[in-house]
Write a protein that binds this ligand. Structure first.
Ligand code: NAD
Length: 428
């Protein structure tokens, strides 16, 4: 998250750990420990009252050996160059593990978008592109939405870029609205991608979805489609989801032991992923405040809310029945909790493998933009399934072959692929 100190040091430590396992050459490490390019720039914006306000913007391109850089742009008041560096580094590994031909990038602006009018937001988006347009593009670096940015903002940015280069170039940016160059299936992509990897993990572990129950943390985009996917694709039962209630400033878990109805819950959930308690209660849901989701007597946990949720304290509440944790969120498990999970022999699908469905369909969006030919939702999801299944298999094979934890295996697969691309291009 923006505001966390040392996010980049953490990314470097994770890299060093796997570089040791892979016995990487020190010169290769020196290339991969740092982003290849960083841009820091000022964006003057005319505000509605006629004054000029200057915003700080960033773009970091970590490594493009495997293809154009890819990664979101965050608008956040606590954005720092180090957060952007860390997120760009993680994007390199995420694209590599999903085996999509893209590198790692991330961008940001120090701003709270909630304080801007629609017109001010549009001018800030266009200003960001005016600063960066020479160094982004569908063959260079392809941004996307992230925290604080929306499909509409991507539409403005694509428009500004197209004006500056003098031709319609939808593939410069992904996460655009459907009808404005966006891809069908993007809404479902991350949650369904989680479920495709869960399906493969269950096959490996000999678990049957018909008899295995799931507890999910969160009920935003990822959690909603993970819940729908587990029930409708795999035919299993999700017994609870949870959400953060802004008014009460606490989280709640919504449980139905014989299986929640995710589509009904979506109909009573606001745009921030907060479920209407009264409507849920009337429909027979048991509502508990706090972290009840984590102690449910289920076989599978899917944290799909935010980082650091499975930590030294909460890990102790996990039921002995749990055999699989699928990390839908980014960074939901702390290193201390990871140690406990390893000791207990719980199988983990690590975040940057498990939630790679989003970036995979973003890649498909760029491909469709470049062809100017659009696939049906079924075609998109079928291609996504193939990619996620192959990614899972390559990580599992590495874990079994090297006898390492799935998280280390995912890093090993990703780093080895980037190193290979650098070798093939003659960089090393
Ligand atoms: P979202 O904003 O749509 O939903 C977040 C959900 O988490 C909401 O339901 C919110 O109420 C809930 N929540 C927040 N704090 C909570 C708490 N303490 N306890 C219980 N619930 C809580 O976000 P999203 O897009 O679904 O993303 C969720 C996670 O997945 C994030 O870590 C994000 O970085 C990651 N991710 C998302 C995508 C994507 O395509 N959306 C892709 C990759 C990774």
């Amino acid at each position: 998250m923006a505001g966390q100190t040392n996010a980049f040091e953490m990314a470097q430590r994770q890299f060093d750990h796997v570089a040791d396992l892979l016995k990487l050459d020190p010169q290769v490490r020196e290339i991969l420990r740092w982003p290849l390019r960083e841009f820091a720039f000022r964006i003057p914006v005319r505000m509605d009252d006629g004054t000029i306000r200057v915003f700080q913007g960033f773009r970091v391109q970590h490594n493009d050996a495997r293809g154009p850089n890819k990664g979101g742009i965050r608008f956040h008041p606590a954005e720092t160059i180090d957060t952007v560096r860390a997120l760009a580094t993680w994007m390199t590994w995420k694209c590599a593990v999903a085996d999509i031909p893209l590198g790692g990038g991330k961008g940001g602006v120090i701003v709270d978008p909630a304080t801007l009018s629609v017109g001010e937001k549009e001018r800030l988006c266009r200003g960001w592109v005016q600063q960066m347009w020479r160094n982004i593009g569908n063959r260079q670096d392809v941004p996307a939405p992230d925290v604080g940015t929306t499909p509409q903002m991507m539409g403005w940015m694509m428009d500004e870029y197209s004006k500056l280069v003098g031709e319609y170039t939808p593939g410069v940016i992904t996460g655009k609205p459907v009808g404005g160059g966006g891809s069908l299936g993007r809404t479902e992509a991350t949650g369904f991608g989680v479920i495709y990897t869960v399906r493969e993990a269950m096959k490996h572990l000999g678990m049957d979805p018909k008899t295995c129950k799931v507890a999910i943390q969160g009920f935003g985009n990822v959690a909603q489609y993970a819940a729908i996917g587990y029930a409708e694709i795999l035919g299993g039962k999700v017994i609870c989801v949870s959400c953060w209630d802004r008014a009460d400033r606490t989280s709640y878990t919504f449980t139905k032991e014989d299986g929640i109805d995710a589509r009904f819950l979506m109909s009573i959930t606001d745009q921030y992923g907060t479920i209407d308690k009264e409507a849920a209660k009337a429909a027979g849901y048991v509502i508990e405040p706090g972290d009840a989701w984590i102690s449910k007597d289920v076989e599978i946990l899917i944290p799909a809310a935010l980082e650091g949720q499975i930590n030294a304290e909460t890990v102790q509440k996990i039921s002995p029945r749990v055999r699989l944790i699928a990390e839908g969120a980014n960074g939901p498990t702390t290193p201390e909790a990871d140690e406990v999970i390893k000791e207990r022999g719980i199988f983990v699908i690590p975040d940057f493998l498990c939630n790679a469905g989003g970036v995979t369909v973003s890649y498909f969006e760029g491909v469709q933009n470049d062809m100017n030919f659009y696939w049906t939702k079924e075609e998109v999801l079928e291609k996504l399934d193939t990619k996620m299944t192959l990614a899972f298999k390559s990580v599992l094979d590495m874990a079994l072959q090297e006898n390492v934890f799935m998280r280390d295996a995912a890093y090993m697969v990703a780093i080895a692929r980037v190193v290979k691309a650098m070798e093939l291009r003659g960089w090393i």
